[in-house]
Design a protein around this ligand. Structure first.
Ligand code: ZN
Ligand code: ZN
Length: 100
């Protein structure tokens, strides 16, 4: 397998060029098929670049959702934690004002 970039001879099974590290063997992230060129998968037809972008977007959305969940959880905990304090304070204020 000759590297399309630097013309170095590589083993047929090499995934990357030993000299310039160009990708020689592309692996489809969806169906796991391997092929000699990038762009679209010969087997399932997905666009490698689009698929990668989609995965990144999905991961970002998942991370954002995860973050939101943690924040909601934290604020709920804060409410539970503050309830006896704020409730106690209101009761004290109520008793104090009643005594006047
Ligand atoms: Zn090369
Ligand atoms: Zn594929």
């Amino acid at each position: 397998m000759e590297c399309p970039k630097c013309k170095t001879a590589n083993a047929d099974t090499a995934q990357f060029c030993t000299r310039c590290h160009a990708t020689l063997l592309y692996k489809c992230p969806s169906c796991r098929a391997t092929q000699r060129h990038g762009g679209k998968c010969d087997k399932c037809g997905i666009d490698f670049a689009k698929f990668a972008a989609m995965m990144v977007a999905q991961e970002e959305a998942r991370a954002a959702r995860e973050h939101e969940k943690v924040r909601e959880h934290a604020s709920a905990w804060k409410q539970v934690f503050l309830l006896p304090i704020t409730g106690g304070y209101s009761l004290m204020k109520f008793l104090f004002h009643r005594g006047e």
